[in-house]
Design a protein around this ligand. Sequence first.
Ligand code: GLV
Ligand code: GLV
Length: 332
Amino acid sequence: MSSENKSKIFVARNIPDAGLDLIRGACDADIWLEPLPPSRDVLLEAIAGCEGVISLLTERVDSEFFEAAGQQLKVVSNYAVGFNNIDVAEATRRGIRVGNTPGVLTDATADMAFTLLIATARRIVEAADYVRNGEWKTWEPRGHIGMDLCNKTIGIVGMGRIGFAMAKRCRGGWGMDVLYHDQFQNEDAETQLAARRVDLDTLLSESDFVSVHVDLNETTTGMFDAGAFERMKSTAIFINSARGPLHVGQDLFDALASGKIFAAGLDVTDPEPILDNDPLLSLPNCLVVPHIASGTVSSRNGMAEIAANNLLAGLADQPLPCWVNPEVDGSP
Ligand code: GLV
Ligand code: GLV
C-alpha cells in the first residue's frame, strides 16, 4: 500500500518499539523523536490532517487540538493510564475515541509508592548523601533514626487498582492495618486485606502513612492542603505517586519544614518538571523522583502495545481495547 492509502497519524514521542512496530507498517506515521515534547505550535501543525494521534500527558488535548487536527480525526490514544490532559467530554461530543493504558503499570506504580515509603521512612537518600559527602565518621547510636513499617497503619486514598496493589504490599509484607477512603466500597480490599473504609479526616488522623491513588479532577485538586497535613500525625509520611496537583506544594513544604509531618515521597509534582528553586527540593525529608512509576520494561512495553492497539482500533472504527469514552457510537 502506498502511504497515500494509509492513515496519517502522529506519535508525540519516541515510545517503545513494542508499540511503534505495530504502527509503522500499518500507518503513515510521523513520530516525534526529540527528547523534549513538541511545542504547542509544532504539535498543532503536526496533527493537521491526522486520523489518529498518540499523545502523552504533556500534550493538552482540547478544542484547539481537535480544531487543528480537523474533522477526520478519529482517535486519540493516550500513552498513560491517567487522562487529565484530555478534554474527554469534548472528544466524545465530536465522536472521537479516547484510549488509555490501564493495568500494565499497576504493579510498577505500587512498587514506586512503596519504594518512596520505605526510602522516606528509613531516610535512605539523606543517608546515602551523608556517605557520599564523606560525613560518615563512626556508627552513631542516635543517628539516622527512621520510622518502623511493621504493624503500622497505611491510609490509602483512592482504592482502585493501584491503591489496592499498594495496600496489598503493606498488608502482606509488613502486616499493616489498611484504612481507605474512596467514593466506592472495595469488597476485595475489605475481604482480602481487612481494609476499613473511613472518611478522609479519620484516615488522615489514624494513619501512620498516607498514600494517594486517586485521579486528578476538580474535586481532588488540592485535597492535600494545610488542613489535611494538620490532621496527620507528626510521625506521618505522605506519598504521592498519582498527580502533583493533588497536593498544595506550599502547604506541603510548611508541613515538612515545621515538622507537622515526618516526610514526603513524591513521584509527581506541580508543575512537572519541578522548578529548580522549588523549596521542597531544599528539604532533607522530601524525596522527589521524576514521574517514573511506570518506568519498568514490562510496563512501558505494555503501555506501548496498548496505545498502538487503541490507535489501530480507532482508525478502523472498532471498539478500543482500553476505551475511556465507549459512549462514542461504535459505528462509523
Ligand atoms: C502516568 O502518570 C500515567 O497516568 O500513566
Ligand atoms: C489505573 O488506575 C490502574 O490501576 O491501572
